[in-house]
Write a protein that binds this ligand. Sequence first.
Ligand code: NAP
Length: 255
Amino acid sequence: MKHSILILGGTGEARRLAGRLADDPRYTVELSLAGRTRTPIEHPVPVRVGGFGGAEGLAQYLREKKISILIDATHPYAARISANAAEATKRAGVPMIALRRAPWQRQPDDRWTEVSSIPEAVVLLGEEPRRVFLTLGRQELLPFEAAPHHHYLVRSVDPVEPRLAVPYAAYLTERGPFEAASEKALLQEHGIEVIVAKNSGGPASYGKIIAARALGIDVILIRRPRLAEVPAVDSVEAVLDHLAHAPPSLWLRGE
Ligand code: NAP
């Protein structure tokens, strides 16, 4: 009998994990996306798109699809879906594991200030106009309208629509990964003085952190949200190892 795996995705790790499991005859694998990006990258397994309708919707989905294990490989800032995953697996009696990449660690030359929220980052930018690079999700940009005196460079996967109601903003529509050398050139080209970003961890968006360190640029990092306490590992290899060594009882439905 094949075991049925549901991966909650939206990250490079989720895609890589799906690639590693796709041809394994022991598993059938489905990957779930929220549907935020207009043209998601291709995945090596069947993909479903859209919310489940909260924790109960997801629990229902796990029951109906007879999912054997749920792997939460969503982004470390996607707190709601991770909370739903924890609750839904409890309700449906399905085992789960989270794949959470480790946060970046401050290095000696980093000029980081950590804040708890985006509005806090807006205040920290200060009264003097600064040239600011924003690498946040489209939905998270609105608080910057409260500080229209800065010059913003905004980078996102999909175009920001509508544009921010600020007089000085330029937009880049690009998907990572981003290398340190090109990030450095970008920061210099736009005369960036401060970056506002999440501590996403992993290599794909670390280039700007390396570049900021080299150029002595300030970085305002939004702290990670607190996530539900569930069994968690920090690499694709560790998930595979977990699956390989999971006792058979793990695969038995709890209901
Ligand atoms: P979120 O706030 O935790 O989730 C909001 C709602 O979106 C959830 O309640 C769920 O709707 C739906 N959802 C989220 N992820 C889903 C998934 N993989 N499959 C199906 N439904 C999903 O999430 P978010 O921060 O908006 O992130 C959305 C997606 O973008 C996630 O998959 C995440 O991995 C990816 N992503 C997020 C970030 C970030 O900075 N937040 C960065 C890169 C990629 P229902 O309650 O209706 O099920």
